[in-house]
Design a protein around this ligand. Structure first.
Ligand code: AMP
Length: 628
């Protein structure tokens, strides 16, 4: 079928299109209506249908694949490797679910998962899904303050964690960060469940903390039935950064998400049940939720869970995994490929990667050099895909499972099924012409799988996403253009969100953290183009006492201190790559930071006309701070 025909049907007859796609998953009770958009912009899909994400990801496959691999957990950090068949995965998930129930978790309760990339993290997610608890996975790289704000927002009754993660051979203890976060949070979880990997000290708080290993032994034979849930109940909350310092809890449904993932596995990722899928993301990000855990399992594939770096023990490690497990589809981020590109090519040539049929890259703009290099080296097509935590699955890509439509360098492709895309003028809301830059927007209703709302804050959902443009459409907060043939090009964020190595960070969050340093009076954080990571965060700081940074030694000591504050509060992911000291920051007369002007100077561009600037001398200060 021609892609245009497939796509047009999804737009013109969304209900019959998605009702057909819905047959890809199991419904314990059929839905009575496909779509309810009576309370726009809140879309409800598959009304009245009863299903379960865990059942679709695990139990449903048992008749055909009980003994086939489901989860393959490889850690080059601890040197461990373990394959769980679908039958074993079901047993582990039921054990975890029984343990959670023994700790008081019930349907609708929130469970926060703060875990490294270990199998128990996946068991915990699926166990929540099985019993109707709502999981909220917090990326293991986040530190106490970030964790505390998420605990306060999600109000979990249980937190599942571990003694430590490990990165590049360095153990990162979690428990101290977790205890500090719980101390800071207003909400106190009743229980904490701990997986002891034997990597770091694991102090326990009596009554509150429980060890997983003995409880698992106790419940290993437990039979925990699936709880059938209405399609529009909540499966999970995943926090993401926005313009304000307060992260937004992206809330997702059950039925719509399962259908969207099943559909995307078929049409976009094109994997076959029984094959192995390798996504190198982290379960703390949306890519990990959708394409490490739920998507591949719903599709009956074996999924890899990889803890480690792409270049350790050497740059061949991923390709050795591809060879050993006959990976057919791989999903990664451009930054990781740029890291590999810097390594000698022998590492790739050492392994037989002929099982691989395609490589998918997402999370940040994909540059042509990186794309062509990896495509030539692996001799497979590279498929860029553009999406967000909010959408849950690709918005723009090439659906090779439908039609082998050619890719276009620099473009992630064309809109995927159900996404009614528009490029709009920021000021007027009018549609832009071909090759004219505007805001990438989506007309409602959003297709299945996209966010239901901001957790606990419907008003914020409407005001943030649907009211930022002059008419009621969903804003992606990305600039983009569409060429005459309908291919989209993404040109960076319209808001104060930056993208470092495919990780989305709010500049406000980093600024708030830096401001807590006793000698910081004001700070502006901007994202600056970086060859390796896409963007790097630069922090421009006005000190209360400038004498403290009089000498180069004092400056670097203060810089290290400020980076330390961010490490402790947000985690190393948020650490700015440079801290620069200025006496003045470029602002408008009404006091708004002129971030884009600062960013332009950092990237060696002309900041342009700034008629509202309060004091142009501030621009010179930024330039001076950047001089070596
Ligand atoms: P996240 O919610 O963390 O997945 O980040 C989503 C943001 O990352 C998008 O709004 C874009 O700014 C950026 N992004 C994701 N995928 C791509 C892509 N394929 N090309 C360009 N930018 C992307």
């Amino acid at each position: 079928m021609q892609y245009e025909q497939f796509y047009r049907r999804s737009i013109e007859q969304p209900e019959s299109f998605w009702a057909e796609e819905a047959a890809r998953i199991h419904w314990e009770e059929p839905f009575s209506r496909t779509l309810d958009y009576s309370r726009a912009p809140f879309a409800r899909w598959f009304i009245g249908g009863k299903t379960n994400l865990c059942y679709n990801a695990v139990d449903r496959h048992l008749p055909q694949r009980a003994q086939q691999p489901a989860l393959i957990a490889v850690s080059t950090e601890t040197g461990s490797e373990r394959t769980y068949t679908y039958a074993e995965l079901q047993q582990e998930v039921m054990a975890m679910a029984a343990v959670m129930q023994s700790l008081g978790v019930e349907r609708g309760d929130r469970v926060l998962i703060y875990m490294p990339m270990i199998a128990e993290a996946v068991f915990a997610m699926l166990a929540c899904a099985r019993i109707g608890a709502v999981h909220s996975v917090v990326f293991g790289g986040f530190a106490s303050n970030s964790l505390a704000s998420r605990i306060d927002d999600a109000q979990p009754c249980l937190i599942v964690s571990a003694d430590a993660g490990s990165r590049g051979g360095k153990v990162i203890p979690y428990k101290g960060l977790l205890d500090e976060a719980i101390r800071q949070a207003g909400h106190k979880p009743a229980r904490v469940l701990l997986v002891d990997r034997g990597l770091a000290d694991l102090p326990r708080t009596p009554e509150r903390d429980a060890d997983y290993a003995p409880l698992r032994r106790q419940y290993l034979d437990a039979q925990v039935p699936v709880t059938w849930l209405e399609s529009n109940e909540t499966s999970y909350i995943l926090y993401t950064s926005g313009t304000t310092g307060k992260p937004k809890g992206v809330q997702r449904d059950i039925g719509g998400y399962a259908v969207a993932l099943a559909s995307s596995m078929q049409h976009i990722f094109c994997g076959q049940p029984g094959e192995t899928y390798f996504c190198t993301s982290d379960i703390g990000w949306v890519v990990g939720h959708s394409y490490i855990v739920y998507g591949p399992l719903i599709h009956g594939m074996a999924t890899m869970l990889y803890e480690g770096l792409p270049i350790r023990p050497d740059a061949g490690v991923w390709w050795s995994i591809v060879e050993k497990y006959k990976v057919t589809r791989m999903f990664s981020a451009p930054t990781a490929i740029r890291v590999l590109k810097k390594q000698p090519p022998e590492f790739m040539q050492k392994y037989d990667t002929s099982s691989l049929k395609a490589l998918y890259l997402a999370g940040e703009p994909l540059d042509e050099t990186t794309s062509s290099w990896i495509s030539d080296a692996l001799k497979v097509p590279v498929i860029d895909n553009y999406w967000q935590t909010e959408s849950g699955w690709p918005i723009i890509s090439i659906a090779r499972g439908v039609d082998d439509k050619p890719t276009r360098l620099g473009s992630p492709g064309v809109p995927m099924a159900g996404y009614r895309m528009a490029i709009l003028n920021e000021a007027t809301g009018a549609e832009c012409g071909a090759n004219e830059k505007g805001v990438v927007a989506i007309e409602g209703p959003l297709p299945p799988g996209c966010m239901q709302t901001v957790y606990g804050d419907d008003e914020r959902f409407v005001n943030t996403y649907w009211r930022s443009l002059p008419r009621e459409v969903y804003s992606t907060f990305d600039w983009g253009i569409r060429d005459a043939d309908g291919y989209y090009f993404i040109l960076g964020r319209t808001d104060d969100v930056i993208n470092v190595a495919g990780h989305r960070l709010g500049t406000r969050e980093i600024e708030e953290s830096i401001s807590s340093h006793p000698n910081v009076s004001e700070v502006a954080v901007v994202g600056v183009e970086d060859k390796l990571k896409g963007q790097a965060a630069y922090a421009f700081v006005i000190l209360k006492n400038a004498d403290a940074a009089a000498t180069p030694q004092q400056k670097s000591a203060l810089e290290a201190e400020i980076m330390g504050v961010v490490d402790r509060q947000i985690g190393a992911v948020g650490r700015p790559s440079r801290v620069l000291f200025v006496g003045l920051l470029p602002k408008t007369r009404s006091g708004k930071l002129l971030r884009r002007a600062i960013q332009a100077i950092c990237e060696g561009r002309d900041p342009g006309e700034l008629p509202t600037i309060e004091d142009p001398a501030a621009l010179e200060q930024v330039r001076a701070a950047l001089r070596p």
